[in-house]
Each structure stands twice: as structure tokens, then as C-alpha cells.
Design a protein around this ligand. Structure first.
Ligand SMILES: *Cc1c(COP(=O)(O)O)cnc(C)c1O
Length: 384
């Protein structure tokens, strides 16, 4: 192993493209100068297709959780009733935020590793007409599940006028997202997952319906007040000093996505999902989720005859390769491979090949190359 070589295959933060890294080293500019307005003016239209919206995407300096908290605090008030779909650790985070703000929360828990059923949510809402907003996680990073957001949006809007608020932090930019067409009212993401940037920015797009609610809401927040960001966005500005270096990087990351073509970006992620799943299947190591529920951005593996933590240690110590472990009750039971953002099928082949060697080192004697071969065949078939 080279002392300075690190291979980052966790579901965020993710690797940064060299051109983005370089863009971020530009000299500082004045945040009220014309250069900043020009920068925001270039960024604005390029963010919209990533979210699938005609709305301005608001950019806040803060981690993804700041965006989640902003979505809560701008739309609901103490005493309001909301439904939180919890399919893992990040659904649970929405529940914790709501609890902190004394919002009356209904929790709909789904077994970790499974996706939520839209029909079940439809039935739940029919029984609870007092619910004003539904919170869901698009990609549940802790389990590698991609929840059926378009179908959820459909059943939710069919019968009620509740707001549908979605945490898309670990997949927007890597998975097709049509906020306006599907009917998402607030869509949040962060910079350090599929957006190919370091941590530090959170993004939120807000529907017309949600603005009606927000405009009437007494917001108990100053920094997280969406209206401030919205008003300033109209003149290509921000209410507070923006994280300018990250915006330099964002401009370049969006240019890269445009050059590759968003359709190809999504296809690349889908291919990496298929490759990862084919590899572990060929090695006879169980996956946590079904093919239908699996996210294109992160794959969770649930071994039954070796310790995932021992594997992670060998990967890190011998090869500089970081993969993630499990969270909460899945700690010690699963490992997760992030394959989003600046990650290619070639990168994933490297990861799978290294994992095969590391499996031997932890005493799991797989046939070397078998997982790699399955991934290669998947890649050849996908024509990517
Ligand atoms: C990473 C992530 C977040 C945000 O976490 P921060 O550490 O606050 O950036 C939120 N939701 C999901 C689904 C995530 O994967």
C-alpha cells in the first residue's frame, strides 16, 4: 500500500474530481461583488435539471442535516401532525428533528433493508386526515434502499393536500429525480454524496404548494429561513456569506454532469449497482436488500459467515480502501459500499477485486476473480 493512497468507497463523503478540487482553490472573491452574482447565475439553471424542477434551488452553507432541519422548521409548527416514514437511520433523523421542535409525529417504521409500500402509506393517511406533511428518505443510506418516491408522491397527493418532503441527500445527482412531475414539495440534498463535492453545502428545492404553507408559517429560525434564501436568489445573491470555495467547485461539478449527460450519469450509477450485486451474488455472499429495493448509489452486504468489521479493517490497513459498516442495530452485521458521484465502473472493479483478496485474508476462501468476473460481464452487457 502507498502511504498516501486512499480509496474512498463509503456512501459519503465521496471522492472529488481533480478539476473540482482545482476550481475550489481559486482566490477568494467578495460575496457582494459581481463575480459572485455571475457565479450564482451560472450555477442556478444547471442545478434545476438535477432536481427535476423549474424552481430555484436554494443553497445553504451547512451539512445535509441543516437542510433536513430547514425543511421541518419552515413547513410545520409545534402541534402540527406529520407522518415520518422511517426505513433506517436517516428516516429516524427526521423523527428526531420533529421531536426537537415539538411536532406531533406519527412514525411509520419499516424493517431495515426494506422499502416502504406506497399502498400502506395511502391506507395510513386515509385513517389520519389530520396529518399535514409526510417525510420520507429517497435513498436510505444506512440500508442501501431506494424508496419508491414517485409512487409515494402519487398516493399522497391523490387523497390529501399534505406536503411531501423528501431527503434525497445520498442519491440526488446519481439517480433520476423529477421533483415537479412526481409532486415532491421539498427536496433536500447535500454536497458530499452524489454531487462530487466536499461536505458543507445543503440544497433545497421548494414547490409552489410548499411556498404557500411557508409564507404563512411563523418560522422559529433565522439562519434556516427558506424565504430569506429565496428572496436573495432572485437577484443571484445569498442572505449570508456563501461557502464560496464550494460554489467554485459546484460550478465545475455541474459542468461535468452536463458534459457527461445526466442520462448517462444515471445509467452509470445503475450499472455500478448491477455490477456490485452481481459480484456478491457470484461470491455467494448475501445482499441486504432485494434488487427492486436497491439503490444505485450504495450497496449493503450482509455476510453470514465472516465478520464485516474484520473485512473492513483489512481493506483499510492493507489497501487504504474505506468501505462503511452498519449503523445502529446493523452495526457489525453489514458492510456498505458507496458507488456514487465521482465513481466509475472501473473504480468499482478495483474495489471488488480488492475485496476478494481481503476476504481470503479474513478466512473466507472465495474463488478469486469470481465476483470480478460477474461484475465484468454485467458491465459488458450494460455496454457502459
Ligand atoms: C449523509 C446523509 C444526510 C446528511 O448528513 P450530514 O452528515 O448532515 O451531511 C442526510 N440524509 C441522508 C439520507 C444521508 O445519506
Amino acid at each position: 500500500m502507498l502511504p498516501d493512497q486512499t480509496i474512498l468507497r463509503i456512501p459519503g463523503p465521496t471522492p472529488i474530481p481533480p478539476s473540482v478540487q482545482q476550481a475550489m482553490s481559486q482566490p477568494m472573491i467578495g460575496h457582494r461583488n459581481q463575480e459572485t452574482k455571475d457565479l450564482l447565475q451560472t450555477i442556478k439553471p444547471n442545478l434545476k435539471p438535477v432536481f427535476g424542477t423549474e424552481q430555484d434551488v436554494l443553497i445553504l452553507a451547512g451539512s445535509g442535516t441543516a437542510g433536513l432541519e430547514a425543511a421541518v422548521v419552515n413547513t410545520v409548527q409545534p402541534g402540527d401532525e406529520v407522518l415520518i416514514i422511517v426505513t433506517g437511520a436517516f428516516g429516524d433523523r427526521f423523527a428526531q428533528i420533529c421531536s426537537e421542535y415539538q411536532i406531533t409525529s406519527h412514525r411509520y417504521d419499516v424493517a431495515w433493508g426494506e422499502a416502504v409500500s406506497p399502498e400502506a402509506i395511502k391506507a395510513y393517511l386515509a385513517k389520519h386526515p389530520e396529518i399535514k406533511a409526510v417525510f420520507a428518505t429517497y435513498c436510505e443510506t444506512s440500508t442501501g434502499v431506494l424508496n419508491p418516491i414517485p409512487e409515494l408522491a402519487k398516493v399522497i397527493h391523490q387523497q390529501t393536500d399534505v406536503l411531501f418532503i423528501v431527503d434525497g441527500v445520498s442519491c440526488v445527482g446519481g439517480v433520476q429525480t423529477k421533483m415537479d412531475t412526481w409532486g415532491i414539495d421539498i427536496l433536500v440534498t447535500g454536497s458530499q454524496k452524489a454531487m462530487m463535492l466536499p461536505p458543507g453545502l445543503t440544497f433545497a428545492a421548494v414547490s409552489e404548494r410548499a411556498w404557500h404553507v411557508i409564507n404563512k408559517n411563523e418560522r422559529p429560525s433565522f439562519y434556516l429561513d427558506f424565504k430569506r434564501y429565496h428572496d436573495q436568489s432572485a437577484n443571484n445573491s445569498t442572505p449570508f456569506t456563501p461557502a464560496l470555495s464550494l460554489l467554485f467547485g459546484l460550478k465545475q461539478a455541474l459542468a461535468m454532469m452536463e458534459e457527461e449527460g445526466l442520462d448517462h450519469v444515471y445509467k452509470r450509477h445503475q450499472t455500478m449497482k448491477d455490477m456490485a450485486r452481481a459480484a456478491f451474488r457470484a461470491l455467494n455472499i448475501p445482499l441486504l436488500t432485494t434488487d427492486e429495493a436497491a439503490s444505485p448509489t450504495v450497496t449493503a452486504v450482509k455476510p453470514d459467515d465472516f465478520d464485516p468489521e474484520a473485512l473492513r479493517k483489512v481493506l483499510k490497513d492493507d489497501f487504504g480502501l474505506s468501505i462503511a459498516g452498519g449503523q445502529k442495530h446493523l452495526k457489525g452485521n453489514i458492510f456498505r459500499i458507496g458507488h456514487m458521484g465521482y465513481c466509475s465502473p472501473a473504480d468499482l472493479l478495483q474495489t471488488i477485486t480488492i475485496i476478494e483478496i481481503a476476504l481470503h485474508k479474513v478466512g473466507k476462501m472465495v474463488e478469486l476473480g469470481k465476483g470480478t468476473k460477474a461484475a465484468q460481464e454485467t458491465l459488458l452487457k450494460g455496454g457502459n
